[in-house]
Ligand binder design. Structure first.
Ligand code: ADP
Length: 710
């Protein structure tokens, strides 16, 4: 067992934390043989100030690895040379102690041969007793010093090794990062030609040139920059250098194969070169895909705008076809399916107007049909996109119907063609064809998606326009029907009205004294009111059909609105009374103006009859007044009112704010009223709160307006 020296002044424990200024601890190990005076030996070594570990003569415990970093082992063989020799031999054979310097202390009986054997063991030194203690200490001190130096060296090596490993690791990481990043890092002096002194491997994918092409100055970065962007790039860098900020640039470059790419660059100055030029470092990445998506988006947005701008789809589609060039090719064609017969070419666009003319010529002389094996006809028939990747002369020959057709096809110079169907609600309405006339142009999956998206939007626009047209036609038909029907219905009403008037006049005379006369008179009165109501409804229908055709004619004359209000109110008084409403009129003696009397009467009638109908049996107030250049009519009731969301709508054709059951009208009164008021150059508005009543206010200019609205 190793033991520490029991003497006073114990040396510091080997593992105790120490402050950095005290000398490092370097333990010594003394191994004795039976009869050794280890205490004496330790006393000799004590002045060296190092812990002295002690081991008994060879024992099993010596097999355990040395835990201490021992500077030197002293084998005391003074009492028994051969026992000491054997111990030393074991120490030499042991893995943990093999490399520790061994100082062999022999007795004075030692032969020279023994000494030689001792050296042969690989011991570093042998001392033969008696030896002066200073000699022993001097030798051991030397080992201590050597050991310390070795320790320092080892630590230094370890540190450099670690630093080197760390540097290697970060370089490897950087390389992996650079290799994996889609983009490149560079370093170059601030020179308008940008001679790169470093380019990361990503430059190859970005430009098609290797890093060495740049660092060997066979290629200068400036040569790659799009000529239109060169100045902007240089200015951007110089401005950032002046402001001492990093720079961000977006510009175009040309790759080795001539392909144009958009790049994003972020860089800054990192010190100066030996000759004082600022050095730039930065990162450049390819943003072509992003730019392309951006272009596609704005293209679709502008196309959608065009499509929504008008319902004349032939015009808008022709515009869209123009917009598609050059985004989706050198040229674009639009062919529409026709019920019978060949396709109808609706629009052509081409970067070269001469070739556009050629496309028209082809459609005129050799129109495509639904039975065609390929092209627009086949796409409309199948509803499926068709991509022709490499159009060869052989295909033209096969496709051409005659020599002239072949000649025209060849002249087009088309190399690639993408045809997409215009589909809406399960029907294919036509086909859009995009094409390139040079070898470089190609269509990838993204182009195809864009083309299909465009076709879908176009088809929707066509479909909507057609639906609109159909709806318009239906409305026209309805109006025509209304006009015919209301005329026909009105015809028997006039004699019926006359007959009822005659009847009510005759009744008192011929049935005087008859008890049933009064009841009969009441029946005739009801019939007269119903006939009046029916003729009002029919008149409204007639007005609507007139308004739809723009045939509302005004016949203005000098007249008095107060008088009209008085007459209408008098006429409605019995009806208002039946409904339980008091009709209060407020009007100055005369409110004159230049108006169509019958039409103005209609306006007042509509508002008062509505006030009675929806007035909930409460008072109704009707008022006319002069307001500046205008005459104002206000009809207010305290009835059911109108929900805010319905207040605009009720002025529309056939619009009602209450259920059909409660209205009893056609929803035309306010529509006609507003049409009349506007034709007179006036306005109508409503203020209302549900449950509290409504106030309708009409204002019409008193003098004829320069330009009536209708
Ligand atoms: P209608 O023949 O149905 O009365 P109008 O065009 O005259 O048609 O009125 C349209 C709708 O406006 C009515 O159906 C009713 O819901 C609402 N309305 C009109 N006047 C009033 C009013 N004075 N009070 C409440 N609701 C009204």
């Amino acid at each position: 067992m190793w033991g520490t020296q029991p003497e006073a002044e114990p040396p510091p424990a080997p593992h105790r934390p120490r402050d950095s200024t005290s000398p490092p601890v370097t333990p010594l190990l003394v191994v004795g043989v039976p009869g050794s005076d280890l205490a004496g030996l330790k006393a000799v070594l004590a002045p060296l100030g190092q812990p002295v570990l002690e081991a008994a003569p060879w024992s099993e415990e010596l097999e355990s690895p040395l835990e201490e970093d021992v500077a030197c082992i002293l084998v005391d063989a003074r009492p028994d040379w051969s026992a000491g020799f054997e111990t030393a031999q074991r120490l030499r054979g042991h893995e943990a102690t093999r490399h520790i310097p061994l100082l062999f202390l022999g007795g004075n009986t030692c032969e020279e041969a023994d000494l030689l054997r001792g050296y042969g063991l690989g011991t570093v030194d042998c001392l033969v007793a008696p030896f002066p203690p200073e000699v022993l200490r001097a030798k051991v001190a030397l080992f201590i010093e050597l050991h310390r130096r070795e320790r320092v060296m080892r630590a230094a090596f370890e540190r450099t090794g670690k630093a080197e490993a760390a540097a290697r690791e970060s370089e490897r990481m950087l390389r992996t990062l650079m290799g994996n990043l889609r983009g490149m890092a560079y370093r170059c002096p601030n020179d308008p030609h940008y001679p790169l002194v470093y380019a990361s491997p990503g430059v190859l994918e970005l430009t098609g040139y290797s890093p060495e092409d740049f660092t060997g100055f066979r290629v200068l970065w400036q040569k790659l920059i799009h000529p239109d962007d060169v100045q902007q790039v240089w200015d951007g860098i110089q401005a950032a250098l002046t402001a001492r900020t990093p720079f961000t640039l977006i510009y175009r470059i040309h790759t080795r194969t001539g392909e144009e790419r958009w790049v994003w660059e972020r860089g800054g100055a990192i010190g100066e070169s030996e000759n004082g030029i600022p050095m730039l470092e930065g990162f450049i990445t390819d943003i072509s895909a992003f730019k392309r998506a951006e272009r596609h988006q704005s293209f679709l947005a502008s196309v959608s705008e065009s499509l929504a701008s008008s319902l004349d789809y032939e015009d808008t589609l022709a515009h869209v076809v123009q917009q598609a060039v050059p985004v989706l090719g050198d040229g674009c064609l639009l062919d529409m399916a026709e019920p019978d017969g060949p396709l109808r070419r609706l629009a052509v666009a081409h970067v070269d107007p001469a070739r556009a003319e050629l496309a028209w010529e082809l459609a005129r002389s050799y129109p495509q049909g639904l039975e065609d094996p390929g092209g627009a006809g086949a796409v409309i028939r199948t509803g499926k996109t068709e991509l022709q990747e490499h159009l060869s002369d052989e295909q033209f020959v096969r496709y051409a119907k005659d020599a002239r057709h072949l000649e025209l096809l060849r002249k087009t110079g088309v190399t690639r063609m993408l045809t997409v169907p215009l589909r809406a609600r399960g029907r294919t309405l036509g086909a859009l064809t995009f094409f390139y006339c040079h070898a470089g142009g190609r269509y990838d999956a993204e182009d195809q998606l864009l083309a299909e998206d465009l076709a879908r939007r176009a088809a929707l626009a066509v479909d909507n326009a057609r639906l609109y047209r159909e709806a318009q036609l239906a409305v026209e038909l309805r109006n025509e029907f209304l006009s015919v029907a209301s005329h026909e219905l009105k015809t028997p009403l006039t004699p019926l009205h006359l007959k009822l008037t005659a009847l009510s006049r005759e009744l008192p005379r011929c049935c005087a004294g008859d008890a049933r006369s009064e009841a009969l008179q009441r029946h005739v009165g009801v019939a007269q009111r119903q006939v009046h109501k029916m003729s009002t409804l029919i008149n409204a229908l007639l007005d609507v059909s007139r308004l739809s055709r723009g045939k509302l004619k005004l016949e203005p004359a000098d007249m008095d609105l107060s008088e009209v209000l008085g007459e209408v109110a008098a006429w409605f008084a019995p009806e208002a009374a039946r409904a339980g409403s008091e009709l209060r009129v407020e009007a100055p003696p005369r409110v004159t103006g230049w108006w169509d009397r019958l039409r103005l009467e209609q306006v007042v009638t509509n508002l008062i009859s509505n006030a009675i109908r929806y007035g909930a049996g409460r008072p109704i107030h009707a008022r006319v007044e002069v307001v500046g250049e205008n005459a104002r009519l206000v009809v207010r009731d305290e009835g059911i009112g109108i929900a805010p969301e319905a207040q605009e709508r009720i002025f529309g054709k056939f619009e009602r704010a209450v259920s059909e059951r409660h209205s009893g009208g056609l929803g035309l009164g306010l529509y006609i009223t507003r049409s009349i008021v506007e034709a007179m150059g006036g306005t109508i508005r409503v203020e209302s709160r549900p449950g509290e009543g409504s106030t309708f206010t009409v204002e019409v200019p008193r003098a004829p307006t320069a330009e009536p609205r209708r």
